[in-house]
Design a protein around this ligand. Structure first.
Ligand SMILES: C[S@@+](CC[C@H](N)C(=O)[O-])C[C@H]1O[C@@H](n2cnc3c(N)ncnc32)[C@H](O)[C@@H]1O
Length: 332
């Protein structure tokens, strides 16, 4: 069975603008599809491939075994800075994030990610993590479960489903048992009930793996690590993920993040990125037909700009102060 089909691979490669001999990171290597495409496109790069799932690392190491210039790192991408520092990598020339879950994780009978396969309630991407979907479903109260279903799944029946789980006379052990509880609330066999199951399972997965919690801080780290002209490319599959990516890119694009009316700039922020995709790029109709998973994908890309030197920074700050003072005089 195919481990995972990489989404918008050509577009990712084109936005990464790979340059010979430079250093790149695939933060979510999965089955190694995008990593392989990167190496095929520019074989002389040095590539660091991260994934928190050991099965992904094993699959990617097979797929990339012909290349010596690759290192596979079994770690959460939250550890990006630490893991690269440990390898004495001070800066990188490009990084790809292909967020979310792989087809392998969804299709694997034992991982408990999908309501279509009866399996123990698990959903951990990193199997060495202790907390699983079983703990979430059986330990959280209905209010907190409903919040998760609403916030991460945008599910309208969140509270009724959470209450039905809480009322269960015995622990909910399997995906099949959870599915039957959801069906007891929204029925079965309809398009609407299918969508509810997708949303509830997705929400639990996002919560168990803290997918949104680690994203913003990792994007900041990745942007800081980029060398001038280095590129960051992110594929997201969920509106909340995409919102975080958009916000972090916007923030890094600004010269200054002081409140608009402050006279002097004291934020110490500086412009780091130029955004290359004013709107997110989506998959073509052909790709969506061939790989339905690509339907919800949104690609955003940006390029690191040269850091300001001391004189440029002082000049920009004094210029801002002058403009603000002129505004005040004009108002008075
Ligand atoms: C969509 S798949 C990537 C597929 C890959 N691009 C390919 O071509 O095969 C996402 C992968 O990211 C991994 N992942 C998700 N969140 C992660 C995180 N915080 N740290 C490390 N890996 C993560 C998952 O385990 C999964 O293997």
């Amino acid at each position: 069975m195919i481990f995972h089909t990489p989404v918008m691979a050509e577009k990712c490669i084109s936005y990464l603008n790979l340059r010979a001999g430079k250093i790149y990171v695939d933060a979510t290597t999965g089955g190694g599809g995008h990593s392989l495409a990167m190496l095929k496109s520019e074989p002389s790069i040095r590539l660091y491939c991260f994934d928190q799932d050991m099965e992904a690392i094993e699959e990617a190491s097979k797929k990339l075994s012909n290349y010596e210039n690759v290192e596979l790192i079994k770690a959460n991408f939250q550890q990006l800075r630490t893991e690269l520092a440990y390898r004495k990598v001070k800066g990188i020339d490009g990084i790809l994030f292909d967020l979310g879950v792989s087809s392998h994780q969804l299709n694997n009978e034992n991982r408990g990610f999908s309501f279509e396969k009866d399996a123990p309630l698990d959903m951990r991407m990193d199997s060495s993590q202790e907390y699983s979907a079983y703990d979430a479903v059986n330990e959280l109260d209905a209010k907190e479960l409903a919040r998760i279903f609403r916030d991460y799944g945008e599910e309208l029946n969140a509270f009724r489903i959470a209450k039905a789980i809480e009322r269960s006379p015995k622990p909910v052990n399997t995906t099949g048992e959870l599915t039957r509880i959801i069906e007891s609330v929204v029925g079965k066999g309809t398009k609407a009930s299918l969508k509810t199951k997708v949303r509830i399972f997705q929400a639990l997965r996002i919560y168990v793996n803290k997918e949104l919690e680690v994203l913003a801080s990792t994007l900041k780290d990745a942007i800081n690590l980029l060398n001038p002209k280095g590129r960051i490319v992110v594929l997201s599959y969920h509106s909340l993920e995409d919102r975080i990516v958009k916000q972090e890119f916007k923030r890094a694009e600004q010269e200054c993040i002081c409140p608009p009316r402050s006279l002097a700039c004291n934020c110490n922020h500086h412009k780091q990125l130029v955004i290359l995709t004013s709107k997110p790029i989506t998959a073509s109709e052909e790709e969506i037909l061939a790989n339905p998973r690509s339907r919800s994908a949104k690609l955003r890309a940006a390029e690191k700009v040269k850091e300001e030197n001391k004189e440029e920074k002082t000049y920009r700050k004094s210029n801002r102060q002058k403009t603000q003072e002129e505004k005040c005089v004009a108002k008075s």
